[in-house]
Every structure is written in structure tokens, then in C-alpha cells.
Ligand binder design. Structure first.
Ligand code: ADP
Length: 500
């Protein structure tokens, strides 16, 4: 009886939702203001608590992917600059940070969290200007989560012995951290907060297309009074990252980025004794069973692949729908896609912002051609997209098959490939048929089905009846070609500690 009522409720809610969504396209623009943003024309390297010019005098532009405006010039760190940063981090480790009582370390981390909160609006706007993600995402997800990671790990700083009872936790030394462009501030927080809580010092490199919020974080770190050299931020591209990886005085490398670069890093440090964590690509399966709350599931699918332009390693880019509801789900999905607003990342109504770089947009467009050539049926809503900047319509591929490249390879764009299934065994096999293993989503009314699938899906994170939910207390990470090691939660302390 209860089930019947639920179903009825779901259907009527869906009809209403379609009507409401239809209006969304007519919203008056509601752009977030940028008048309060203070960006320097040129950013130097943050080494040993001060701003240092790059030794070779080379700079590169940080360009807005939506307006194509140059937002600032950013220093490119060479191997000599990386060496300076590592030396500063080592000195700060031996002379100050490793000797400081843990509760004092915690206070600094707590202070960083508070300042992030105080400057949340500024950080969110810069994140959207520099990276292209909708302000709704940077304001409601990236920045609050970044602050919460610092708060959470500030709490662990003086409680490490309780985290690992019977063991003696010790810091490692200097951590080299390399992050990607999809969650620039959040990834910096994921990496810096646990490293500091465990008593390590840091040399961090943001991605070359999104350096600005990491540089703002450097300003925040300066403001917090953190001792000089405890966190050093060096900007640059792959060569700067490689200089960190290959520096002999680094004790640990934490990398988030492509599987291709992850493999290069793993080879480079093999035999050096450096500790390593890798968070790499993904090709997540989102699975909808016939008994699922379909409207909720469709909203979760849209959130999982379109809201962040698919720029998420754990993006639900493969959708498996049980045959009996496939037609209905596809109709609901295409209706919902037709209402998505693609455009100005700073507009509070925007659902799908700008693709992070022209290079990434080209890669996504290549995959759209590949999908069509492979025989999948393409669907894109008729919505308009800005003529300037890097934009891509949300795209659905129907009749995709396991062997298609659009199903096997990570696209990192707002592109969803749909397949159908009949049985639980079939969908488990199909979902696991990928070299990756980062995340998955299951949508069903039955708890037993969820438990069955979570134990059989080869993915580090499985969300049930939700998607892309993050919390500082929950560990995140993958296996197989998605990498190893966990970030977040108590598990996120382990990569930054020696336990004896
Ligand atoms: P994406 O494809 O998402 O841009 P990458 O793996 O190319 O991912 O980049 C992720 C991060 O790794 C960026 O900060 C980038 O500058 C850095 N990077 C790229 N190549 C190397 C390398 N060979 N060694 C170390 N870091 C690198």
C-alpha cells in the first residue's frame, strides 16, 4: 500500500517538476557581483612565507574560460624555485612544525578554516571566474567543504594517538602535493589540512589553468600567521609538478589528476622510498532499478554528470537503467536536460558553466564525434549557449554499448552514455567492466539490493539514492586505475603518518 502511494506521489511530483523546470529558462539573469574581488595583476610564488619572483622570470596568464579575459599573470616555478620551496619546507619542518605541540598546530589549522569562511564569497566568485564552474557550486559546495576540511583536521591534530590505538603516529616530513583544475580550492584543502594536522610541511602546486584560489589560500595562510615555510605554494604546469615529484628531499607525494600522469609519477618515484597516494580518473556507473524513486534518481543523474560540466573524477558518466523503466527515465531525463541553463558561471541560475579550457572543450567535442561515429544516438537540448568562451551543451548518448569508447574512456565533460540491463548480475558485470574503480551510484527502493551491489561493485565509493555527496569525515578514493590511498576522514590521516 505504502509503495503504491509513493509511486503515485512520484508521478505527480514529476509532472509538476516538468512544468516548473520549463519556466527556468526564462529566469532573469542574476549575476553575482565581482566588485569586491581584488586580484593582483601578477602573482609570485609563495615560498617561506613571502612572495618570491620565479628565478627564470617566466609568467603565464590565467584566463577566464567563460569571458576569455586574462585575470592575472602567474609565476612559473622552475626546478630551482621548487628546490627553494622544498628547502623552506624542510627547515620549517625540522625547526618549527614538528616540534610544536599538536594542540598549537591545531589552532593554526582552525584559524585557516575560519578565514576561509570569512572570505567565502570572494573565494567562490574567484573560483567561478577562473575555473568556469557555476557560482552555485563554488558557493554551496567547494568553499564550505574546503573550510570544513580544515575544521575537521584541526580537530585531529592533537588526537592522533586516539585515531590509531596501540600505535605511535609520527609525521613524515615534507609532502609534495599536486592538484588538478576541477576543484582547485577544495583539492588544496583536502591535501593541506591532513598533512598539517599530522605534523608535516607542504609544497603544493595547483593546476596551471586554476591557480588563483590556491594563491588566495596562500594569502589566507599568511594572514593566519602560520610559521614561514610550513606551506609553500608554487605555480606552474607539468614540468613544475615533475620537479616536485623528482626532488630528492620530498618524503611523500599526493597527486590528484589523470591516470596517465599518475602512472608517470608512480614510475618516477619507484624505489625512492617516497610515500605515494594517487587519486586518478574514473568512469562511474549510475544504476537505476525499476523500483527506484525515478524523479529523485533523474535529479541525481543530472547532478552527477551535468551540474559541474562533468568535471568531476567521480562523475556518473555511465548510466545503466533497468529495461522496464528505460523509456520513462529517458523521457524524464531529456525533459530535465531541456530545462538546464548553460552559460555565465557567475549567474546564480546557471546549471552548467564553462568548460575549464579550450583544450578540454576540444577533447570533449572529439568524443562527441567519436560517439556518433560509433553508432550511438546523440541527444542535446535546444538551449542556447554563449558564443564566447568554452561551452558545451549537456549531451546524452542513447544505445551506447560496452565496447564504445564513450563508455570506456574518461571524457571529463557533460556527456552521459546510457545502457539498459535486465538483471542484477548483468548490471554488476557491466558496471565493473572498466579499468577504473572510483565511484558508483545505486538507485533502488530496496536496502538489500543496495547492500548486495555495494559489496560487488568495484568502486572506492558507492552512493545509494544520492550522488556526489562529500563530507570531510568520509574517506574518498579509488582502486584499479583510479589510484590508491584515501583522502578525507580518519583514513585520510594515514598517508601522512608513519605508524610504529
Ligand atoms: P588533467 O588531465 O585533469 O589536466 P593532469 O594529470 O594533466 O590532469 O594534471 C593534473 C596536475 O598534474 C596538474 O597540476 C598538472 O600541472 C600536473 N602535472 C602534469 N604533468 C605532470 C607530471 N609529468 N608530473 C607531475 N605533475 C604533472
Amino acid at each position: 500500500m505504502a509503495k503504491k502511494q509513493d509511486k503515485k506521489h512520484a508521478d505527480s511530483a514529476s509532472d509538476k517538476a516538468i512544468l516548473d523546470f520549463g519556466k527556468a529558462q526564462n529566469y532573469t539573469p542574476a549575476p553575482e557581483s565581482t566588485g569586491h574581488i581584488r586580484l593582483k595583476k601578477q602573482y609570485e610564488l609563495f615560498i617561506n612565507g613571502t612572495w618570491v619572483k620565479p628565478s627564470k622570470g617566466v609568467y603565464f596568464d590565467s584566463v577566464s574560460p567563460s569571458t576569455e579575459q586574462v585575470l592575472a599573470r602567474v609565476a612559473e616555478a622552475g626546478a630551482e624555485d621548487v628546490d627553494k620551496a622544498v628547502k623552506a619546507a624542510r627547515k620549517a619542518y625540522t625547526e618549527v612544525w614538528s616540534k610544536m605541540p599538536a594542540r598549537e598546530r591545531g589552532k593554526y589549522i582552525f584559524r585557516i578554516a575560519r578565514i576561509i569562511q570569512e572570505r567565502a564569497r570572494e573565494l567562490a566568485v574567484i573560483e567561478s571566474m577562473d575555473g568556469g564552474k557555476p557560482i552555485r557550486e563554488s558557493r554551496d559546495v567547494d568553499v564550505p567543504l574546503a573550510a570544513n576540511h580544515f575544521f575537521y583536521y584541526a580537530g585531529w591534530a592533537d588526537k592522533l594517538e586516539y585515531a590509531f590505538p596501540g600505535k605511535t603516529p609520527e609525521s613524515l616530513g615534507v609532502a609534495g602535493q599536486i592538484i588538478p583544475w576541477n576543484f582547485p580550492l577544495l583539492m588544496a584543502a583536502w591535501k593541506i589540512a591532513p598533512a598539517l594536522a599530522c605534523g608535516n610541511t607542504v609544497v603544493l602546486k595547483p593546476a596551471e589553468t586554476t591557480s588563483l584560489t590556491a594563491l588566495k589560500l596562500a594569502e589566507i595562510i599568511e594572514e593566519s600567521g602560520l610559521p614561514a615555510g610550513v606551506v609553500n605554494i608554487v605555480t606552474g604546469a607539468g614540468a613544475t609538478g615533475a620537479a616536485i615529484v623528482n626532488h630528492p628531499d620530498i618524503d611523500k607525494i599526493a597527486f590528484t589528476g589523470s591516470t596517465e600522469v599518475g602512472k608517470i609519477i608512480q614510475k618516477a618515484i619507484a624505489g625512492t622510498g617516497k610515500k605515494l597516494t594517487l587519486e586518478l580518473g574514473g568512469k562511474a556507473a549510475n544504476i537505476i532499478f525499476e523500483d527506484a524513486a525515478l524523479d529523485q534518481a533523474v535529479e541525481g543523474i543530472v547532478n552527477g554528470i551535468f551540474f559541474n560540466q562533468g568535471h568531476v573524477c567521480c562523475a556518473g558518466s555511465r548510466l545503466f537503467v533497468q529495461e522496464g523503466v528505460a523509456e520513462k527515465v529517458i523521457r524524464k531525463l531529456t525533459d530535465r536536460m531541456a530545462s538546464l541553463i548553460v552559460g555565465d558561471p557567475l549567474d546564480k541560475n546557471t546549471d552548467v558553466g564553462a568548460i575549464n579550457s579550450a583544450e578540454q572543450l576540444k577533447k570533449i567535442q572529439e568524443y562527441l564525434k567519436i560517439g556518433v561515429a560509433e553508432g550511438a544516438e546523440i541527444y542535446q537540448p535546444t538551449c542556447s549557449i554563449p558564443t564566447k568562451g568554452n561551452f558545451c551543451k549537456p549531451t546524452l548518448f542513447l544505445h551506447a554499448s560496452q565496447s564504445h569508447r564513450i563508455v570506456q574512456e574518461e571524457i571529463f565533460g557533460p556527456v552521459l552514455a546510457i545502457q539498459t540491463f535486465r538483471t542484477v548480475e548483468e548490471v554488476i558485470e557491466k558496471a565493473n567492466n572498466t579499468p577504473y574503480g572510483l565511484s558508483a551510484g545505486v538507485w533502488t527502493d530496496k536496502g538489500s539490493k543496495i547492500f548486495n551491489l555495494t559489496s560487488k561493485l568495484k568502486a572506492g565509493v558507492v552512493w545509494a539514492n544520492t550522488y556526489n555527496k562529500f563530507d570531510p569525515t568520509a574517506p574518498f578514493g579509488g582502486y584499479r586505475e583510479s589510484g590508491f590511498g584515501r583522502e578525507g576522514g580518519l583514513h585520510g590521516l594515514l598517508p601522512y603518518l608513519k605508524l610504529s
